[in-house]
Design a binder for this molecule. Structure first.
Ligand code: UD1
Length: 436
């Protein structure tokens, strides 16, 4: 398996444009399964999760064509509604296909999805929501069997604003008869992007981005050409990398409102930040200071996906920081790896107490989940000496051409295969195939 070799201690500086958001493109790709025609995504990112979603769509009978960033999904020939366990286990987002398949075929056969091991990650809210729309759902030998003669609009109250459940229910509701109201819906910007995509296809959805989403079902969907929103988590990661190294970054393709909570924390840590219409400029001090207490929460709170990268920043900031994750219960796995680099982090249940040390030192570390992997990359860029980050398949799920982006900012980084050769990256090999 490939690893990243990073020679740290160099301030990053320059300009970067974010890719399209992984967390927006995955539900949008799932939604293409219910549109009988050729949908085009104009700016599809090169990520292994995208590749895996395309493989599932191909298995279901969709024709996928990719030319650079342009991805075309032709779902006219979709003929299967069952997803093999091996494909389901590759990522959490495979569960997004339940709503679209129910809507297109009246049937969906799935099993528990995979994804990062950051907590128990049940699917009960997806099941409750789809059942409320009159789907019959049963479990047999670990398989989830969903059936619906006709989905019927309903009022759905989510006991927790789950992003995935909101999206799954929203997609199923598009084809249901009558109106659906989702209350206590998740408000993440990616849900607004899914609404924009589906409305462009002919759906009638209002309220995404607020706690109440109303969907008038039964509209005929037609394929469109669509440009997906920028990736606020990728953007936040690059800003944090620049901050950790005492550098500066002009980040384009992202609305500062999407990362307002994160920008406020970075300001507290001593960064100067200027906000533009679709860009952010950050200038870091020579040493960051602790932001005090930060709690990761559903949007508009501090993103749980940027909680691990923040740990790396706090690890060498001046003072003690207290970071709590109110979304996932086991999202501090990277703390042990950061300790190998000299970080002083104590994890108590859902809270990490980080006592900043003057400087991290290079070491051999291992990524255990996607954002924890990004945290190790940030720590490596800031550390003195060389770091090898192993198990980077996790990082490939969410950051396309990470090394190349960081090199443009002046980082000294190489991607190498297990036998020490420099490589171009699996995501690149996978996604430049003409047909997936
Ligand atoms: C999405 C994002 C992920 C992000 C997370 C929270 C995608 C592809 N992934 O994941 O990057 O970290 O939102 O912002 O968009 N829960 C239940 N029952 C359910 C569903 C969720 O109890 O049926 C719980 C989860 O265990 C977790 C919390 O709700 O503790 C949040 O999960 P959720 O918002 O659903 O996250 P995902 O959609 O999996």
């Amino acid at each position: 398996m490939d690893s990243y070799h990073i020679w740290g201690g160099k301030p990053l500086s320059g300009e970067l444009a974010v890719s399209a958001a992984k967390n927006a493109v995955l539900p949008i790709l799932a939604a293409t399964a219910m549109i009988p025609g050729e949908t085009i995504i104009e700016n599809c990112p090169e990520l292994s999760d995208v590749h895996n979603m395309c493989e599932i769509l191909s298995h279901l009978g969709c024709r996928i064509t990719r030319e650079g960033a342009l991805l075309q999904v032709d779902a006219k020939g979709l003929f299967r509604c069952s997803i093999p366990e091996a494909m389901m286990k590759r990522m959490r987002s495979s569960v997004f296909l339940a709503g679209p398949l129910l809507s297109r075929c009246g049937r969906a056969e799935l099993c528990a999805p995979g994804g990062c091991a950051i907590g128990s990650r049940p699917t009960d809210l997806h099941v409750q929501g789809l059942s409320a729309l009159s789907a019959e759902i049963s479990q047999q030998q670990g398989r989830l069997l969903c059936r619906a003669g006709q989905l019927l609009g309903a009022e759905v109250f989510l006991s927790y604003p789950s992003v995935g459940a909101t999206e799954n229910i929203l997609m199923a509701a598009v084809s249901a008869k009558g109106e659906t109201v989702i209350r206590n819906a998740a408000r993440e910007p990616e849900i607004v992007d899914l609404q924009n995509f589906l409305n462009a296809c002919g759906a009638d959805i209002r309220g995404a981005g607020t706690e109440e989403i109303r969907i008038k079902g039964g509209r005929r969907l037609s394929p469109v050409r669509y440009r997906v929103m920028g990736d606020r988590i990728e953007g936040g990661t690059y800003l944090m990398a620049a901050a950790a190294t005492g550098g500066s970054l002009r980040l384009r393709g992202i609305s500062p409102q999407w990362i307002a909570a994160e920008l406020s924390v970075l300001r507290r840590m001593g960064c100067r930040i200027e906000e533009g219409a679709q860009e952010v400029f950050l200038q870091a001090p020579s040493r960051l200071r602790s932001p005090g207490e930060v709690t990761a929460q559903p949007w508009p709170g501090f993103a749980t996906d940027l909680q691990s990268p923040l740990l790396s920043l706090c690890a060498s900031a001046e003072g003690t920081s207290t970071i709590t994750d109110a979304v996932f219960e086991r999202r501090f796995q990277c703390a042990r790896q950061l300790a190998l680099m000299g970080a002083d982090i104590e994890v108590l249940d859902r809270t990490a107490v980080v006592r900043g040390v003057p400087m991290l030192r290079g070491s051999r570390v291992c990524a255990q989940d996607l954002r924890g992997g990004a945290a190790l990359m940030i720590a490596a860029l800031a550390a003195e000496g060389k770091t090898i980050v192993e198990n980077i398949c996790h990082i490939d799920r969410g950051y396309g051409k990470f090394d190349i982006a960081l090199q443009t900012l002046g980082a000294h980084i190489e991607r190498r295969s297990a036998d020490g050769r420099k490589t171009a990256g699996v995501s690149e090999e996978q996604t430049t195939k003409k047909e997936a």
